[in-house]
Design a protein. Structure first.
Length: 180
């Protein structure tokens, strides 16, 4: 008699398990990207312009317009009445909605170099590992000058900040390693 109850109990448990709704694997309705994630991948000049123009305003959309050769970035903010869509060129110029230049990008000041160095380097010209290292070492510091130095096949970047007391000069190898 006990075995019959046990058999009925096991059969009921199996039937209850089978009666559950079919589960779907479609958990996400949108791509797994965020405006902040897209923002982090943009050229430094574009990021700086958005920070200057919008400050800490919540960014709700980042779109890349234009062609591969001449992209234009459009930024949407949480309060469009106060912060309308901001259009930015890759060099950091602010554009009007008709995509004409409203405010031109400022020239980066690059220090003169001697010997095997090369000046006129902008953040956009640096290898990605070097940019990442600069952002990690001094995320809020303003760069004063960048000089490219070579020693045989090795390439280094000397980065000088506008506030040398709080952010000392960095010497970074092209692979992103900080040289001590």
């Amino acid at each position: 008699m006990k075995t019959h109850y046990l058999l009925y109990l096991v059969l009921a448990a199996l039937l209850c398990g089978c009666a559950q709704e079919e589960q779907t694997t479609e958990y996400y309705q949108r791509p797994l990207t965020s405006p902040g994630g897209k923002f982090a991948l943009l050229p430094p000049a574009v990021q700086n312009t958005v920070r200057v123009e919008a400050g800490m305003t919540e960014l709700v959309s980042v779109e890349r317009l234009g062609t591969q050769e001449s992209p234009i970035y459009a930024f949407g903010f949480s309060n469009p009445d106060i912060y309308p869509t901001l259009y930015v060129a890759p060099d950091g110029s602010v554009l009007r909605p008709d995509l004409t230049v409203a405010v031109g990008a400022s020239e980066d000041s690059i220090a003169e170099s001697t010997g095997s160095g090369m000046s006129n380097i902008k953040m956009d010209d640096l290898p990605l590992p070097v940019v990442v290292t600069i952002r990690q070492q001094a995320p809020t510091a303003e760069v004063d000058s960048i000089t490219r130095l070579t020693s045989g096949p090795a390439v280094f970047y000397s980065v000088v900040f506008k506030d040398p007391l709080h952010h000392p000069r960095l010497l970074i190898r092209d692979n992103g390693n900080v040289m001590r």
